[in-house]
Design a protein around this ligand. Sequence first.
Ligand code: BGC
Length: 454
Amino acid sequence: MLSSVLALVALIPAFVLAQSPIYGQCGGQGWTGPTTCASGSTCVVSNPFYSQCLPGTAGGGTTTTAGTTTTGGTTTTGGTTATSTSSAPTSSQTPAAGNPYTGHNIYLTPFYAAEVAAAAANISDATIKAKALSVAKIPTFTWFDTVAKVADLGTYLADASAQGKSSGTPMIVQIIVYDLPDRDCAASASNGEFSIANNGQANYFDYIDKLVAQIKKFPDVRVVAIIEPDSLANLVTNLNVQKCSNAQTTYLACVTYAIQQLDKLGNVYSYLDAGHAGWLGWPANLTPAAQLFASLYKNAGSPSFVRGLATNVANYNALSATTPDPITQGNSNYDEIHYINALGPALSSAGFPAHFIVDQGRSGVQNIRQQWGDWCNVKGSGFGMRPTSNTGFTAIDAIVWAKPGGECDGTSNSSAARFDPHCALSDADQPAPEAGTWFQEFFVTLVTKANPPL
Ligand code: BGC
């Protein structure tokens, strides 16, 4: 009797205290595993699909500061004019009116800084830890991938406004607008929270209205926005995928609404996402792509602050490769600068004189993919060129870090609802957590393989 009681007691800890390790999953839609975290970490909701054990007790996640409602703010009167001293834009200007990065400092998002700090705390090698910490000083975009995160934008803008006033140099807050209904229509890893069948377009308009209400409160802060990664590129090449063809009208309506509403603010410069060299950069795709971007732009009324296109967002291509990666064979546009130089004239002749920003955040190491279409957590990647508006190319306004390095591209767990087979390929780093959540091992590799070095 006693021995059987002891046996039972011995079993209890393993059963009751099943815990996820640090950075492991601890919740999310369909999750049946442990919901408590190893000591020293806390379960933080990352998105509806994933909660993650993050070091410390506060974590990042969606710990919101008391539901800030968007009441139009304090002192603005509609906020249609940017008040920054240098080259304040007016609505009569064309996209060629000026590089939005000129004369501004870029705001460092506290959310990413916290992710980096937590990650560094778990690196024991002092040299790597110091390099890791330095990443928090490099500006990245913040992805507004759920409506719940929009309240954070108000906090960032208030912070940026104060920083701009105290330094005398106005600030830029960099955002990614990313919440389309039926999002990521040709893949699975980043399927979003809204569906077209369930009021998706109205929900999206409301999401945009909420972003706009936050921005309106801070006309002195300039916002650079990348609009909906992958969406229009999917409409160029993936209409054979039913989810994409079904989404076509809605994507166009939603992206149009987004750029029109943001344009009215007068302090938001938008760049439509344009895939990358290995996608729309294939010669056969250039003209259809240019036509789609230009027609959307013109149908939206040629908004003054739609400055151009963003390329290579969350991808791994070089800006200017020393030699073409063998996987690019057959495409003369084997890197981003060749792609941009080929697309630019086609856009101009179609009526959209676009400028570009290019993500180089994770492009430090080349020739590591087995196929050009591999996009998920590419093994052996390193941080790339640092953000700068001194790009050396007149078509390119800035080199940016759009994908926050260390946040995952997609889960490698084949039983997850958002599993995409690309994330289980042999050149994909594994095991990988859900898209957007922290991938510690991948981050450490980005740090150690950074090129230029950190
Ligand atoms: C994910 C988003 C995330 C973004 C930045 C995307 O792949 O789907 O949830 O915010 O990456 O990490």
